[in-house]
Write a protein that binds this ligand. Structure first.
Ligand code: SF4
Length: 186
């Protein structure tokens, strides 16, 4: 997944889409800001205020510590690179929540199970894109095969400066962000 911060307007349509599609607790993709701890608060000093939104979700890590930590092997990385949590195998031990350096796993008290973004695997299997991608008002979220040199995500990454969150954790995150070119002046 590639997220273009220049195009994200912080509307949270992605969060609503995720919640609706997956019956999740609060949506497994959430929007925060890069420079400020509060979503609706710009950083800087007037009149030089900037605000960039940062949608975050499971990074579908290439070496996912959540999968390693789960004693029941309820989390696994598929051949296509999606890190899937099989709800039926989860016994609610919460080990994966502590193992994920991104805070990307929720705990559903009502079900006594962990839950997280599965990249809308049920949609991908039928040739559809994740629902957050479809519903993004600013078309800021791109989805595709990072191993395919001709895919749109690879082309976008090649032609834009980009970064991953917490690369030093060594998990190999597969969600990339395009570095904002211009500060958004308010
Ligand atoms: Fe696992 Fe967290 Fe990486 Fe997602 S972001 S694959 S939940 S360690």
């Amino acid at each position: 997944m590639v997220i273009d911060q220049e195009r994200c307007i912080g509307c949270e349509a992605c969060t609503v889409a995720c919640k609706k599609e997956n019956n999740g607790l609060s949506g497994w993709i959430r929007v925060t800001t890069l420079n400020s701890p509060c979503k609706d608060t710009p950083a800087g000093t007037f009149p030089n205020l900037v605000m960039h939104f940062l949608p975050t979700l499971c990074n579908h890590c290439k070496q996912p510590p959540c999968a390693e930590a789960c004693p029941l092997e309820a989390i696994s990385r598929s051949d296509s690179g999606i890190v899937v949590l099989a709800e039926e195998l989860c016994d609610g031990c919460r080990t994966c929540l502590d193992a994920c350096p991104y805070g990307a796993i929720d705990f559903n008290d009502a079900k006594n199970k962990a839950e997280k973004c599965n990249l809308c695997s049920h949609r991908i299997e039928t040739g559809l894109e994740p629902f957050c991608v479809v519903c993004c008002e600013g078309q800021a979220i791109h989805f595709g095969d990072l191993n395919d040199p001709d895919s749109s995500v690879v082309r976008i990454l090649k032609s834009n400066e980009n970064y991953c969150i917490k690369p030093d954790e060594g998990t190999g995150p597969a969600v990339y962000y395009l570095t904002p070119k211009t500060p958004r002046r308010l």
